[in-house]
Design a protein around this ligand. Structure first.
Ligand code: HEM
Length: 415
């Protein structure tokens, strides 16, 4: 997805905005549209040709309100637009599709093993993926950063979940198919068929992984899910499988697009690259701005549990409501000069990891891995140069790229 609100070249009408169409995010100008909606129609209603409807909020304050308040806005019926109108079978089982208090019980123990302190203690697990991503780039040849970045989270989440390495390439592909079923590069048959294939294959896969453990928890994230207790009872097979799916999807479909988004921003702002390279203490701030800038998860959805008033509109009980994080992260009421890429932005209260009870449980893992990667990049790469056409992912959920040819110019004497 393009990261700035370039002139779309034609007048835009809030009543004709189509936030559903995956092509908007690969070929269009979503940031220009979101800016228009924030100004003119901050609570927006859209009806699809088949009669399904959803509301959208695009301002930071409204996005936070919706994500914070599970009593009015439930996650249990589904949280992604692609599944609009079909109740999520993982509701009440998968953490992301469960409301408190059950959500709290599910999340507590996973939150502990994925806390910043726990991740810091296992930095060695992240070192290999960093090197495996970076070393081939340092030959000075042209490489496709988008393709390389897609394997980066699979590399560490695969190790942390105890999954066989030979399965990683297919798992990485399946997770991208899950979030971009409309993209021709990832579609197998039609979009609905792609989703069916992905869900069937991934659920089967994790079910087999679980059975292979024969009830004995292993020393990895799957073992951790097996040994947790929810209200004193072990989770059932399905609950574990759904949460494996959620962990791998959460890691794989977001992290790569922060890498490509940040590298693109640093190519567009060479002075920022030089500043961060000269002062490693700026790397965490640079990563935070990269997260705000790229906002890889464009949206999360909720359903209203009762009639609710928002921005002068009454949403009837059972309405689908989409909180657009990508728009909130450019809200001019919250971020000074929101379209300026500023690695020293303070404060930077972006919502790239969400807000409220479902705030990304893998946030520390993502942050620490990205910091390690960019520390290493600034130490070893003099600069990146664009080396071909950037192709954007067609997905109304993930703001990302599927191809980004670059040349990394190695820093002399960095080896
Ligand atoms: C740059 C990287 C990442 C971004 C931008 C991101 C974004 C998000 C967002 C916005 C949410 C909130 C969902 C909601 O409100 O419904 C979320 C939740 C979640 N994320 Fe991430 N994520 C990232 C990395 C990861 C990683 C590395 C993992 C795996 C460890 C992960 C696993 C999850 C899970 C399981 C949830 C559900 C949490 C809950 O419901 O309590 N994410 N993520």
């Amino acid at each position: 997805m393009r990261m700035s609100p370039d002139d779309p070249g034609q007048p835009m009408d809030p009543d004709r905005v189509d936030l559903w169409d995956a092509r908007l995010y690969s070929e269009g100008h979503p940031h220009a549209l979101w800016r228009l909606l924030r100004a003119k129609a901050p609570v927006h209603r859209q009806e699809l040709q088949d009669g399904r409807r959803f509301w959208s909020v695009v301002r930071y304050a409204d996005v936070c309100r919706v994500l914070r308040d599970h009593e009015f806005f439930t996650s249990e019926r589904g949280t992604l637009l692609t599944a609009l109108g079909a109740d999520d079978p993982a509701g009440g089982k998968m953490m992301a599709a469960t409301d408190p208090p059950r959500h709290t019980a599910l999340r507590e123990s996973l939150g502990r093993v994925l806390s910043a302190r726990a991740v810091e203690a296992r930095r060695e697990v992240l070192l290999q993926p960093v090197d495996r991503l970076l070393t081939p780039l340092l030959t000075g040849e042209i490489s496709d950063l988008a393709v390389a970045a897609m394997n980066f989270p699979m590399d560490f989440i695969g190790t942390l979940m105890g999954l066989p390495q030979e399965d990683w390439p297919r798992l990485a592909k399946l997770t991208t198919m899950a979030i971009a079923p409309h993209d021709a590069s990832f579609q197998e048959g039609s979009a609905p068929l792609t989703l069916l294939t992905v869900h069937h294959e991934l659920f089967e896969y994790f079910s087999r992984q679980l059975s292979a453990r024969g009830g004995t928890p292993t020393d990895d994230l799957i073992g951790h899910l097996m040994s947790m207790r929810i209200d004193g009872s072990p989770p059932d097979h399905e609950t574990i499988v759904y949460n494996c799916y959620s962990l791998i999807l959460g890691a794989n479909v977001t992290t790569p697009h922060t890498i490509t988004g940040l590298v693109q921003a640093l190519m567009d702002h060479p002075a920022a690259f030089r500043t961060a390279a000269a002062d490693p203490s700026l790397v965490p701030g640079c990563v935070e701005e990269g997260l705000r800038w790229s906002s890889p998860a464009s949206h999360f959805m909720r359903y209203t549990t009762r009639d609710v008033e928002i921005g002068g509109h009454t949403l009837r009980e059972g309405s689908a409501l989409v909180a657009w994080l990508g728009s909130a992260n450019r809200d001019e009421d919250v971020f000074a000069d929101p379209y300026l890429f500023d690695i020293e932005r303070r404060p930077n209260r972006h919502v790239a990891f969400g807000f409220g009870p479902h705030y990304c449980v893998g946030g520390a893992l993502a942050r620490i891995s990205l910091r390690m990667l960019f520390e290493r990049i600034f130490a070893r790469v003099e600069r990146f140069e664009p080396a071909g056409e950037v192709r954007h992912l067609a997905s109304n959920f993930v703001a990302g790229v599927k191809s980004m040819p670059v040349r990394a110019v190695p820093r002399i004497g960095s080896w």
